[in-house]
Design a protein. Sequence first.
Length: 245
Amino acid sequence: MSLQHIFAQPDLIEGTDKNNPIVIHPIQLKDYDKFQECSKLLYLSKKHFEENSYPLLALVFMSHQQFEMAQEELIENLCLLFSLVTQKEVNFISGENVEGFLIDNINLISVDNYDDVRALIMRQNLMFDQKIFKDPLVQEWANKVIMSRQKNSANITMEDMITTVKNDDGLTYEQVKNQTVYQLYADFYRIGKFMQFQQSSLFATVSTEKISIQYFAENIDMFKSPYDDLFVKKDKLNKLNAITK
């Protein structure tokens, strides 16, 4: 298992300059608000478009009116996004033979590598592709399941996670703001594991029933999508039918 994400190491993407790959850095919490403002376009995948024979970046450009966004605003958002993750100056260029986002006057993010850049940024910052179903009825039910899960889960904001990690780890806000999104989530989930372990261990000392105790250091799948398991799998339904008969 790689320690790249927990140590906030950047990734490399091949650009137009073969000798100088594009360096993509995970977002630090101090830049999180800016990132939130400009990263929403990353959630657009080809599954969102009926006509998807074009490259994804071209589809994003063509769809700006759907989001009540002028093309200039879309370009500004993407320039800011790529500037944040590359930590370089980024400008949009458009000409007869080239169009894309020029990084530090060296490399280009274009239709040729946008998909790879998008996937990498999303993975680094724990962003997940939404489930899109061709059947409208299935899509409607999927949306209802997601809304139900959100309604029944605890209301935890990014600020809540920051204050929890800060107080539990004894960090200063200056230290916390230099953490990445991945590091914050990893710390927050681990604190939860510790608390569950302590509570289960305490109950086990007084309970007459056998209590399952999950070890506090067991693996946490940080890349598990919240859109997984929206519906009960067929094999589970078969088991349920067998029980209810």
